[in-house]
Design a protein around this ligand. Structure first.
Ligand code: 5GP
Length: 118
C-alpha cells in the first residue's frame, strides 16, 4: 500500500483529458467511464478526482461524495441493462489485485441469472 502517487498514471491522464475514454458521467468529484477490458458487458469505473493511490488514502469528504456517485451510477446501469446483480468493488494495493494506482471503483453488472459460485 505504500508508495508515491504517480501523476502520470492512466486514470490521471484520463482525468486531465490527455487520454480518451468512453465517458458515462462527470462532475466536480468524479469521472466515470467504461472499463476498456470489461469483466462483463457494462463494466463501468468511477474515478474520484482526488489524486491518491487507494481508497484508504482518501479524505472522508471525497470518499463520501464518491460512494454516493457509485450508487447513482450503479442505479443508472441497473436501469439501462437490467442485470440480475451488480458487483461494486475496488482493490487497494497490487497484492489485492490493483493494477492502476489512482483510486477507483468497479461497477460490474452480472447477467448470468445464477449465483456466483453455484
Ligand atoms: P484495478 O485492477 O486496478 O482495480 O482495475 C483497473 C481497471 O482499469 C481494469 O479493469 C482495466 O481493465 C481498466 N483499464 C486499464 N487501462 C485502461 C484504459 O486505458 N482505459 C480504461 N477505460 N480502462 C482501463
Amino acid at each position: 500500500l505504500e508508495g508515491a502517487y504517480d501523476p502520470e498514471n492512466i486514470f490521471a491522464k484520463i482525468l486531465k483529458g490527455e487520454m480518451p475514454c468512453v465517458k458515462v458521467y462527470e462532475d466536480e468529484h468524479v469521472i466515470s467511464f467504461m472499463d476498456i477490458f470489461p469483466q462483463a458487458p457494462g463494466h463501468t469505473l468511477v474515478v474520484p478526482r482526488e489524486p491518491v493511490r487507494n481508497a484508504l488514502e482518501m479524505t472522508d469528504g471525497a470518499l463520501q461524495a464518491t460512494i454516493v456517485r457509485v450508487k447513482r451510477i450503479a442505479n443508472a446501469v441497473k436501469s439501462a441493462l437490467e442485470p440480475d446483480g451488480i458487483v461494486i468493488t475496488q482493490f487497494n494495493g497490487a497484492p489485492a489485485g490493483q493494477t492502476i494506482f489512482h483510486v477507483h471503483f468497479h461497477i460490474i453488472p452480472r447477467m448470468d441469472g445464477v449465483a456466483l459460485g453455484a
